[in-house]
Design a binder for this molecule. Structure first.
Ligand code: SAM
Length: 373
């Protein structure tokens, strides 16, 4: 029976249970808490003993006396795992993974072929989707990478669902290490030459259901060769898609008038003149050692700015649209605002082209209809 934090939710952190320690937006560290150990970071040290039995999602304060940092103890998910996993290769990120899973109609109980395994980022997303009754047969020809992925899948309790095999699928086809008969209804190929692997698929895909495929390739020449092979092998409805993930932001921007800019320039000039005047007065006072002049200078320094200038300056307590002054909150009454949208920095996603197609089954249902799933 499978007991995996990627398939089941635990509310509290067990000793040696997988925790994803969230340090910053770009830095999440996987760890397994054991009594007596600590996580040392630039935000301070965090005792493993304080993590054990805490609720997942807890904010943990640093135990270092000189650092007030904190981390979040998060429950493993394929999304967080792909942000924290040790990279052995380029990986499939969540924006692509979620799109591929729904286009291939993968769901609990689905049977999927994947090659290559790489860093097993997508393998985790697939495993969570197919769940305990599904099956992922994943292939990798780079031996050390295969060994690491296999161990990781076992450590994560996913070996009941994911079967890792070592081999070159372009040369030898999809020969599993386990003694199962492969009858996948979804195929995902993230390989440099998917067109060499496609002809080997016929013997390992379902003979009764529609089979869907996705090939993940970074360049157009690879896409073209893949499409030619898919056509030759009888795959239908071939379509190429690029997932371009951008986050949009909606906010208000204050409407600033040219008159405000002119006022700002006048303000700068006025302050400069004031400064020069005060400096000259101070110089004169020093030179003449004249107490009367010195007194005048002190008075001038204590006098509000308005006294020196006829037109209205920006007071520090006032809102100054072009410089320092009172902080105005977005959308605050008394100011004019317009709605704007701005693209935030792109989300982490690997820009590859996704080629989709499907293959109808050679064997049809009793009434001659295709069994769709
Ligand atoms: N999708 C993976 C992930 O999300 O972590 C990354 C896959 S990585 C880009 C491609 C992998 O395919 C590499 O690990 C490579 O060794 C493997 N590979 C390349 N050609 C192969 C072949 N003919 N048979 C099996 N594996 C192959």
């Amino acid at each position: 029976d499978t007991n995996s934090p990627f398939l089941e939710f635990n509310s509290s952190i067990p000793e040696s249970g997988l925790v994803l320690a969230w340090l910053t937006r770009d830095n999440t560290k996987p760890l397994r808490p054991v009594k007596g150990s600590a996580l040392h970071t630039r935000f301070g040290s965090f005792q493993h003993s304080s993590m054990i039995s805490s609720k997942y999602g807890t904010q943990l304060a640093s135990s270092s006396s000189n650092q007030a940092g904190f981390i979040y103890l998060l429950h493993p998910t394929p999304e967080l795992w792909s942000l924290s996993l040790p990279h052995r290769t380029q990986i499939v990120y969540t924006p692509d993974a979620s799109y591929i899973v729904q286009r291939l109609r993968i769901r609990p109980g689905s049977k999927v072929i994947e090659a290559g395994t790489g860093s097993a980022s997508f393998t985790h997303a697939l495993a969570r989707t197919v769940a305990k009754n599904g099956r992922i047969w994943t292939f990798e020809f780079h031996e050390p990478r295969f060994e690491i992925a296999k161990k990781e899948i076992e450590d994560h309790g996913l070996d009941g669902v994911v079967k890792c095999s070592h081999g070159d699928v372009c040369v030898n086809g999809f020969i599993p290490a386990c003694d199962e008969i492969l009858d996948a209804s979804a195929v995902f190929l993230d390989l440099p030459s998917p067109w060499l692997a496609i002809p080997h698929l016929k013997t390992v895909i379902s003979k009764e259901k529609i089979v869907r495929i996705c090939c993940f390739s970074p360049c157009m020449e690879q896409v073209q060769r893949t499409i030619e092979t898919l056509q030759k092998e009888g795959w239908l409805d071939i379509e190429m898609v690029e997932v371009s993930c951008k986050r949009w932001e909606a906010r208000k921007e204050m409407i600033r008038k040219p008159q405000d800019a002119i006022e700002r320039l006048r303000d700068i000039k006025r302050r400069r003149n004031e400064g020069l005047k005060k400096r000259n007065e101070r110089k004169l006072a020093e030179e003449q050692n004249d107490e009367a002049v010195s007194e005048a200078q002190e008075n001038a320094a204590a006098t509000p700015a308005e006294k020196h200038v006829p037109d209205k300056p920006f007071l520090p307590s006032e809102y100054n649209p072009w410089g320092k002054g009172k902080r105005v909150h977005e959308g605050e009454d008394g100011y004019e605002w317009k709605d704007v949208s701005k693209v935030e920095a792109e989300l982490k996603s690997h820009t590859s082209y996704l080629t989709f197609a499907y293959l109808p089954p050679p064997v049809q249902g009793k009434d001659g209809n295709i069994v769709s799933e």
